[in-house]
Write a protein that binds this ligand. Sequence first.
Ligand code: HEM
Length: 220
Amino acid sequence: MPHTIRVWDLPTRLFHWSLATITVALVVTAKLGGNAMEWHLRLGYAMLALLAFRLVWGLVGGRWSRFASFACTPARLRRYLRGEGDGAVDSVGHTPLGALAVCTMLAALLLQVASGLTSDDEIAFAGPLARFVSGDTVGLASWYHKEVGQYLLYVLVALHLLAILFYALIRKRALIGPMLHGDKRLPMPAPSSRDDARSLVGAAAVLAACGALAWWLSNL
Ligand code: HEM
């Protein structure tokens, strides 16, 4: 009999769909340019708050959202790729390969935000950290932000969507549903992620603190 397991708690699901929406909005506002850049900066701070939230939630959030549950060590990854992994554990949260993709995407998004904070277009817009570093560093950050980071993210998001499609069509594993309603139906029992009013209040407090950090940075 299949077991219904709460894998993604509500804060993780809200994080994911907000992250996807803000990523798209950041690209659109950057391409529009002009006055839309005001929104690009605001959305960048929102992205910073979200990413900071996920880093903290990776330590204190629901069981399957914690980094400890999807530690992508080379050994675990090798076993998984050879088909020798622990199928039961690997199918609950992120698979080792999925975990690697998630960590890479979060790191690339963090680097994109950090380089944005230190960029200067030498016309109208500069990140709040640009005046604290040397001209060379600003040049490097601006170059990375515009010429490298954005393309790296396009590739990572495209791989992410292709992987979801691969799992849906070839492996017959629907991953999108659980990211919407939180539950997976699995053939074996597994502990659920905590997902109650208390964890929601905790998540709201963490997000408020991360929002305050982003606000403080924006006012430097
Ligand atoms: C710019 C767009 C997107 C970005 C930056 C993004 C990023 C991410 C990240 C960081 C995670 C890990 C979630 C966590 O553990 O906190 C994730 C997971 C996931 N995303 Fe996305 N995502 C995007 C768009 C989408 C879209 C459009 C879909 C659906 C078609 C989707 C479906 C999923 C699913 C199903 C998972 C869970 C994968 C698993 O079970 O291991 N994502 N995404």
